[in-house]
Design a protein around this ligand. Sequence first.
Ligand code: IVH
Length: 671
Amino acid sequence: MSPAEAKTRIESLTSELKQHNYNYYVLAMPTIADYDFDKKLEELNALEKQYPEFADPNSPTQQVGGDITKDFVTVTHRWPMLSLGNTYNEQELLDFDQRIRKAIGDNFEYVCELKFDGLSMSLTYEDGVLVRAVTRGDGIQGDDVTTNVRTINTIPKRLKHGDYPSQFEIRGEVFMHLKAFERLNNERIEAGEVPYANPRNFASGTIKMQDSAEVARRPLDCFLYFLYTERLLFRTHWESLQAVKNWGFHTNEHSKLCSTIDDVFKFISYWDKNRFDLSYDIDGIVIKVNSYAQQQELGFTAKSPRWAIAYKFKAEQVQTELLAVTYQVGRTGAVTPVANLKPVLLAGTTVKRATLHNADEIEKRLKLHEHDWVFVEKGGEIIPKIISVNLEKRSPDAKPVKYLTHCPECGTELIRKEGEAASYCPNDEGCHPQIVGKMQHFISRKAMNIDGLGDETIETLYQNKFIGRISDIYDLQQHSEELKKMGRFGEKSINNMLAGIEKSKEMPFEKVLFGLGIRYVGETVAKKLAAHFKNIDRLASATFDELIAAEEIGERIALSIIEYFSDEKHKQEIEKLQTQGLQFVTIEKEVTLASEKLSGQSFIISGVFEKFSRDELKDIIEQNGGKIVSGISAKLNFLVAGDNMGPAKLEKAQKLNIPIISDAELFEMIA
Ligand code: IVH
């Protein structure tokens, strides 16, 4: 390679890897297999060594990666959170073993551990109490996510046994079990929300949420695997693992002490085969020198310890032929491309389809051509993913796959909003899967939960022109004779269905709102909106600023709500549903006053709290006669502030000299 070529290659690898770091750490949506990333990083490293004059000072080879976000307080780690060197084959691991032998001789042991595929977390304990939890961030600084981490059941908030030091840090991996991931992701799909690609992204997305009550709803777990103390308390890593287990920490039962590299290989090959039986994802094995004295002797490079290494499993990959790209239209009109593949065995299951996400994935990233041979991988993802195309097998006259311009169901031209990757069919009134999908969503268990009415019945009723929109369901009563005549349903099932429909009129506003199927208004968002705006009129007329002032409502949701209510057809449909007797007002819980201690006082609640959600605090204030108001003004009596409160709000309250109190102080007021 000539110096000029090396310069170009270094530049292109640098910018590509920076983008991948961003996708991984900031968007939590990697688009490259770990293996390919590491290979590119290795190539860049080698080139930079040969041509240091072309190296970018901020090259990805010089960084640990970063996921610091502006929403949390940044904390500097007492001990930097380093990453581990990676190996992918026996030879690389033998080289690691040789390096160690050369430095410390032959008398040592390894501890082999599973490499959990989650996000690393550093926990600080003082006098046995969890005081801080910080993400890895860029290795030097991370985000303070203590409030969210406190919701993880297996992380002790207070230690039981007495022989721990007064101050220590313990590190581990926060993750989500596969079962919980599937259940919660299915809930998201049902709610029309974007599903997470894998449990790791779900876990990291959850840890970065502003609402700790929602975090608590999503079961996370954490394995602890490294102890840091000011003074060495133990002789070996193994001893420290046994001790922290006794202090009450969740350590992993599969860790193993190995005295030879052959034992290490046995451990690796066992888990390479059996990892799919675990209830969580692992992506490799971590091998650590056991003795702390020997660890100290070996020391660190700039990025990672010399006494430990990760052996990464190669995600099982197979090649197969792309038969066709088909498209699915969802109830919101979102069009999802799917790769139909020649069936092939992968990680124990036959794969026939893979996700393609959107037009960019097909046309820009993969540059997919008809009948390409593709590499398919099943990593943490439940649905397999196309990693790359085997260009050698592409026939010279293959045509590029062109993303659809028109809806495959109704022929309407698709639209793609600026900044969004997905395409939509705008014909919500005339496109079969949208019409039927919306009604099926409305009657579903999480929404109106209508007894006696299922997806197939909705399809049949639509085919027979009984229903075309949600409000038609409530007119079915008037057509009971025609329904009976149709002969498709027995009298009993028709009566059951009509009774179920009638009963559903009692469903609370939040369920109706969720059932309407407004894009991005999932179950939780609908609950928050119903609690905040109280009725449909206030919600429909809310401004952008009013919407984003509500708990958990971001810009994307606010814009979608505004767009929904600006459509005359939607307004008419809601009016009709109102006259049919559905609930469009939040029924306030009968407030039995616990006391009058806050009577005449106004409050605003802001930030996140350790033990309560904002809604719970709001209820407590109202039950004691206090009033919740929406904006900070000179008339406000108290601002109840939790963690991570917006700086603008704080500044305004300080300027107006409004007393800022904690939740504990609020409780003192009503005690
Ligand atoms: S020890 C200095 N042990 O892998 C050593 N890390 O690629 C610190 N990880 O950042 C790490 N399982 O997030 C260690 N049993 C384990 C692990 C583990 C998963 C993660 C951790 C670390 C990354 C390094």
